[in-house]
Design a protein around this ligand. Structure first.
Ligand SMILES: Nc1ncnc2c1ncn2[C@@H]1O[C@H](COP(=O)(O)OP(=O)(O)OP(=O)(O)O)[C@@H](O)[C@H]1O
Ligand SMILES: [Mg+2]
Length: 433
C-alpha cells in the first residue's frame, strides 16, 4: 500500500542526496581550480629557488616532498644533468612554460624554465591535485552525510505529526454508531484535511436525509397497510358470521375487494420503493409509441367495464432511453387514474407527439380534474384529494401512491410531469421527456 509518510521520506531524502551530490561536485570543481593555481605557483617557486650555477654532474637525488614533483635538469648542450625520479614516465624533452603531458600513468602538469645555464623541468601528476580537491569536497560535506539518517528520522516524525488529524478523523469515524450521522467536528483541522471532512459531512447529511425519508416511508407504509388489512379482517369475520347464502356471498365480494385493495397497495409500495431516484436501471432504447399502445390495450377491458372510452388520439414515432418496465408503471398509473376518476360515459384520450425533439405524452380525461391548489400536493405519498371537495368519485379506492411513483420514475428519466385542465374539463397530465 502507498504510504504518504514513506513517500515523503523517500523523496525528501532523495532530493537532499541529490543536493549533496551537486554541492559536492561544485565544491570539488572550485577546490580543483584553486589547487591548480596553488601547485602551479609552487612549481614556479621551486624552479626559481634552484641554484643558478651550471651542474657539472648528476646531483644526488633531491627530496621533493609529498607532492610527487619530478625534477629534470639539462645543460646548454642538452645533456641530462639531473633526474630526480628516473622511473617517472615523462618524455625526455623540455618545453618552456606550463603544459600538460599525457603519460601511461595519467596526466602530468609540466613546467619548464631556463635557470642560469640550465633548462629545468618540474613535473607533477595531476592526480595529486584531484585527490586534494576530492578531499576538500568530502571534508566539507561529510557532516551533511552523517546528518542524513537524523534528517530521515526527523522527517518521519514530522510527517507523522502532520498526518495525525487524518488518524483522528479515521478514529472518530471508526468508533461511530451506524445511526450516528451528525457531522464530524472540523475545528483544529489543517487546510488539507478540511475539504475531505467537509465532503464527508456533506455525504453524512445526505445520508441522514435519505435515512429519514426511508424511515418515514416505512412508517407510512406500515400505517397505510394496516387500514386495508383491518378491513379485510372485519370482512372475513362478516363472512364467518353470515347466516344465509346471500349475506355470505355479499360479504365474500367485499372481502375480495378488500384483498384486491391491500394487494394493490402492496404493489404500489413495491413500485415506489423500486423507483428510487438514484436506482437507475441499465438504460435501453424505448419505443414510446409501442409502449403507449401496449398500455392502452392492456387497460381497454378495465376502461370498458368502468364505462369509459379509452383510446389513442394521436401518436408518432418517439424514442427515449430508460427503463421500459418503469415507464410502463408510470403510464399505467396515469391511465389508471384517468379511467378510474372519470365517471361512466366519459372519455380518456392519450396522445404522443414530439416537440423540439422532446417526446411529450398527454393523457386527458373528462372527469372532475384536480383543483389548481391541489395539483402539487397530489404528488405526495398517500395524499388523496379530500372527500370534502365537490368530487364526482370520491368513493374510488386508491392508496395515494400512484402520482408519487409517476414523479419518481419521471425524475429517473429526466422527464417532467405537469397537471393542467383538459379541454373536456377533466385532468390533463403532460409528461415531457
Ligand atoms: N385523472 C384524475 N382526475 C381526478 N383526480 C385525480 C386524477 N388523478 C389523480 N387524481 C387525484 O389525485 C390523487 C392522487 O392520485 P394517485 O394516483 O397518487 O393516488 P390514488 O389514485 O388515490 O391511489 P393509487 O394510484 O396508489 O391506487 C387521487 O386520490 C385523486 O384524488
Ligand atoms: Mg392512482
Amino acid at each position: 500500500m502507498r504510504s504518504i509518510r514513506r513517500q515523503l521520506l523517500f523523496w525528501l531524502l532523495a532530493i537532499v542526496l541529490l543536493g549533496v551530490g551537486i554541492a559536492g561536485w561544485l565544491i570539488y570543481r572550485q577546490a580543483l581550480a584553486e589547487a591548480n593555481e596553488l601547485f602551479d605557483y609552487q612549481l614556479q617557486e621551486i624552479a626559481a629557488a634552484l641554484p643558478a650555477e651550471p651542474f657539472s654532474q648528476i646531483l644526488s637525488s633531491r627530496d621533493t616532498g609529498d607532492e610527487g614533483i619530478v625534477l629534470q635538469i639539462w645543460n646548454r648542450n642538452g645533456v641530462l644533468m639531473y633526474y630526480s625520479h628516473p622511473r617517472a614516465p615523462l618524455a625526455p624533452r623540455a618545453e618552456l612554460g606550463f603544459s600538460t603531458e599525457r603519460t601511461e600513468r595519467g596526466d602530468w602538469r609540466v613546467y619548464g624554465a631556463i635557470v642560469g645555464d640550465n633548462v629545468v623541468q618540474l613535473a607533477q601528476p595531476l592526480s595529486v591535485r584531484n585527490r586534494l580537491a576530492a578531499n576538500v569536497a568530502l571534508r566539507t560535506l561529510w557532516p551533511l552525510i552523517v546528518l542524513l539518517p537524523l534528517l530521515g528520522v526527523a522527517v518521519w516524525g514530522v510527517v507523522g505529526r502532520g498526518l495525525a488529524p487524518l488518524r483522528r478523523v479515521t478514529g472518530a469515524l471508526d468508533t461511530r454508531h451506524p445511526e450516528a450521522l451528525d457531522p464530524l467536528p472540523d475545528s483544529r483541522l489543517p487546510l488539507e484535511v478540511r475539504p475531505l471532512v467537509h465532503a464527508l459531512n456533506a455525504l453524512l447529511e445526505r445520508l441522514a436525509i435519505a435515512l429519514d425519508t426511508q424511515k418515514a416511508f416505512v412508517a407510512d407504509a406500515a400505517h397505510e397497510l394496516r387500514t386495508p388489512l383491518a378491513a379485510v379482517q372485519i370482512q372475513a369475520q362478516l363472512v364467518a358470521r353470515a347466516h344465509d347464502d346471500a349475506a355470505r356471498s355479499e360479504a365474500l365480494t367485499d372481502l375480495q375487494a378488500g384483498v384486491t385493495r391491500a394487494t394493490r397497495l402492496a404493489e404500489q409500495l413495491l413500485a415506489l420503493a423500486r423507483a428510487e431516484p438514484d436506482g437507475r436501471e441499465a438504460a435501453q432504447q424505448i419505443d414510446l409509441d409501442t409502449l403507449l399502445h401496449d398500455c392502452v390495450a392492456a387497460y381497454a377491458p378495465l376502461a370498458e367495464r368502468r364505462g369509459v372510452d379509452l383510446g389513442i388520439e394521436a401518436s408518432e414515432p418517439a424514442f427515449v432511453r430508460g427503463d421500459a418496465e418503469a415507464l410502463r408503471v408510470l403510464f399505467n398509473n396515469l391511465i389508471d387514474n384517468a379511467t378510474k376518476y372519470t365517471p361512466g360515459g366519459g372519455r380518456v384520450d392519450v396522445c404522443l407527439h414530439v416537440t423540439d425533439g422532446h417526446p411529450v405524452v398527454q393523457i386527458a380525461d373528462s372527469g372532475p380534474g384536480i383543483p389548481p391548489e391541489e395539483r402539487e400536493r397530489v404528488f405526495d405519498r398517500f395524499y388523496r384529494v379530500g372527500a370534502g371537495a365537490n368530487r364526482v368519485r370520491t368513493d374510488v379506492a386508491g392508496s395515494g401512491l400512484g402520482l408519487a411513483i409517476v414523479r419518481r420514475i419521471a425524475l429517473q428519466h429526466d422527464a417532467t410531469v405537469t397537471l393542467g385542465e383538459a379541454r373536456a374539463g377533466g385532468l390533463l397530465v403532460t409528461v415531457t421527456f
